[in-house]
Design a binder for this molecule. Structure first.
Ligand code: TSJ
Length: 636
């Protein structure tokens, strides 16, 4: 037995060594994202205990040394000797790869699901990790360093409580950064709290003075999640529609509410894990929605016999919905293994939503009418848009031969060499045309405010002159017809004034790209030009500063005196062509910011867009300020 134990032990260490050799295989990356993954992994184990019905509170602390502590009030990880491994179960959890959730059995598990790699992976990637378990009247403790056991599990005291406490310090040898971001953890823990009704999660940052604390506790669960997503929008009715039930071992929850916007924000989850690619649960939800509302519309004669059915898209216009299911053995399929494959999930969601939503509409005819009316409006717009598109096609909207009149195109036809500047205003557009390198740089001046595509229906959007000009110039088409291989410019560069209006225009353009041709952003084709804020002239020499700090440091260098002439640029229009070239357009000297979508799998992306572009005035200001977050800094 002693020998066997030794053999196991060696195998165990090899297992964790593999994790340290190829961390990316287990946690995706060693970037900031991978670092935060460690916390989710540990928290998810505690959430499993909550889902099993034994834990009501989880406390997360970011400690001053950037270690993290997670505490739950569950039963405590079992400490008895694991029959197969011959060591305490808790040691199995932390030292054997993929041991997470293998004992105890049954129930739905967050950990060990899509991303769940187990506590042992966190242990392997931590400089040190300590676990304390309160159970059976005692407190047990064990410490590991880079995955290696420092001493056998020992009792260190008495207690009348139960629970688990884990503290770990991510290994600086493994991660690019070991500094935790409070907001990143906040967003994820809030989401977890929404998805786990009645579970209370506290997050405390002990690095700040005073400490920063947030509590997430939602008795209403995903109902409150929907209210939260709609918080800056105009909901079309007060109640959030909610369906809940269990069928064939699948626990189903759906919450939804329409708002006055035109976009759908549906998020689906399996065992608390976001499934951005959807799958069977989402399919079931969509078929049920379409059927229930068409039945209602026909039954109430809101839709005449000879009229077409409302399409799923019509019914989902302005819809905010959460579909959350719990299933014992989720199967993920598709290229990225992210689509839920269990067909039983489709039938379960479909039947529960069918039954409960039908009942809800009967009980709440006013709400039913609002939704059906909205969908009928959407249906009309869809038909109008189809006509607009047909007209557009006939007038060669996407034909290269009829490029927009105000586009000054470049002569090189190889997209890899080419870039297009979208320039705010005709006067700056004129300077840019003079300044540019005609071979590779095209200029498209944009006049006035750009249409906010969050606030307009497709039929109106497609007849807008600026939008049409961009679609034609890019060459890719939009939505389902989008084809990146037809892109005529490798770089699409937004050049606006360095002021609030400029930021707003940039935002509107990004929103248009995000909604109509998101691949442009995903594949890194969209950039923001960075015009200077100041020009400093002294004794016939001059400098440009792109920020207040830079101006300050230049002044320090050249000395402050009366010979200094400082010009503050209020807009691109104040620069002549040569200055514009030198500061903003010359590929050898300019700074471009490449636009990236922050963590697209998180509902927060849409929140950023919707929050900031929605109907209510107040939040929009935030957007302009929050813009930098959406934009990743990258020198090109
Ligand atoms: F695994 C871990 F280290 F990541 C971790 C696990 C971290 C934290 C903060 C908590 C936990 C955890 C595990 N909390 N509660 C549990 N529960 C169990 O492991 C457990 C307890 C009792 C029984 C039983 O059948 O009696 C079964 C299990 C799985």
């Amino acid at each position: 037995m002693a020998n066997e134990y030794g053999a196991d032990q060696i195998q165990i260490l090899e297992g964790l060594e593999a994790v340290r050799k190829r961390p990316g295989m287990y946690i995706g990356s060693t970037s900031e994202r991978g670092l935060h993954h460690l916390v989710y992994e540990i928290v998810d184990n505690a959430v499993d205990e909550a889902l099993a019905g034994f834990c009501t509170q989880i406390d997360v602390f970011i400690n001053p040394d950037n270690s993290v502590t997670v505490i739950d009030n569950g039963r405590g990880i079992p400490t008895g000797i694991h029959a197969k491994a011959g060591i305490p179960a808790v040691e199995v959890v932390f030292t054997i790869l993929h041991a997470g959730g293998k004992f105890g059995g049954g129930g739905y598990k967050v950990s060990g699901g899509l991303h769940g790699v187990g506590a042992s992976v966190v242990n392997a990637l931590s400089e040190w990790l300590e676990v304390e378990i309160s159970r059976d009247g005692k407190v047990y403790k064990q410490r590991y360093e880079r995955g290696k056991v420092m001493y056998p599990l020992k009792a260190i005291g008495k207690t009348d409580q139960t629970g688990t406490k884990v503290t770990f310090k991510p290994d600086g040898e493994i991660f690019d950064t070991t500094v935790f971001d409070f907001d990143t953890l906040k967003v994820r823990l809030r989401e977890t709290a929404f998805l786990t009704k009645a579970l209370k999660i506290n997050l405390t940052d002990l690095r700040t003075e005073p400490v920063t604390e947030r509590t997430f506790h939602y008795e209403g669960g995903i109902k409150e999640f929907v209210e939260y997503i709609n918080r800056h929008k105009d909901a079309l009715y007060d109640k959030v529609i909610y369906c809940e039930g269990q069928r064939d071992g699948v626990y189903v929850e759906v919450a939804l509410q329409h708002n006055s916007s035109f976009n759908e924000s549906t998020y689906s989850f399996v065992n608390n894990i976001n499934t951005p690619e959807g799958g069977m649960h989402l399919t079931g939800f969509r078929s049920a929605m379409t059927k229930v509302f068409n039945d209602y519309a026909r039954g109430s004669k809101m839709l005449k016999d000879k009229e077409d059915n409302l399409s799923g898209d019509d019914l989902r216009e302005g819809l905010t919905a959460i579909v959350s299911i719990k299933i014992e053995d989720p199967q993920f399929e598709g290229q990225t293994k992210q689509k839920l494959g269990n067909a039983i999930a489709r039938t379960a969601v479909e039947s529960i939503v069918n039954e409960q939503m039908t009942y809800f509409l009967e009980q709440n005819p006013n709400v039913a009418k609002i939704i059906v009316n909205k969908a009928i409006m959407a249906q009309r717009a869809r038909i109008a848009a189809r006509k607009a598109r047909d007209v557009a096609r006939k007038t060669n909207l996407t034909d290269n031969l009829t490029l927009p009149g105000k586009l000054a195109d470049c002569s090189d036809k190889n997209p890899d060499n080419c870039e297009i500047y979208l320039v705010e205003g005709d006067s700056a557009g004129g300077s840019a045309k003079t300044a540019r390198n005609r071979a590779t740089q095209a200029i498209l001046p944009l006049r006035g405010k750009i249409l906010n595509v969050e606030k307009s229906r497709i039929d109106k959007i497609l007849v807008n002159e600026e939008i049409k000009a961009m679609i034609t110039a890019f060459g890719t088409g939009i939505h389902d017809n989008f084809d990146i291989s037809k892109l005529r410019y490798g770089k699409i560069i937004i050049m606006t004034d360095a002021d609030v209006d400029g930021a707003h225009i940039a935002t509107l353009l990004l929103t248009f790209f995000y909604r109509f041709m998101p691949e442009l952003i995903r594949q890194g084709h969209v950039y923001l030009a960075q015009p200077p804020l100041y020009r400093l002239e002294k004794n016939k020499k001059f400098w440009y500063a792109y920020s207040d700090e830079e101006l300050e440091s230049i002044l320090q260098e050249v000395g402050r005196d009366t010979n200094n002439k400082i010009q503050r640029y209020k807009g691109l229009g104040e620069m002549d062509a040569e200055q514009l070239w030198d500061t903003t357009m010359d590929p050898a000297k300019r700074i471009l910011l490449r636009v990236a979508i922050e963590d697209e799998n998180e509902s927060e992306v849409d929140l950023t867009f919707n929050t900031l572009m929605g109907d209510k005035v107040e939040p929009r200001r935030e957007f302009i300020e929050a813009n930098a977050k959406f934009v990743k800094n990258l020198d090109v």
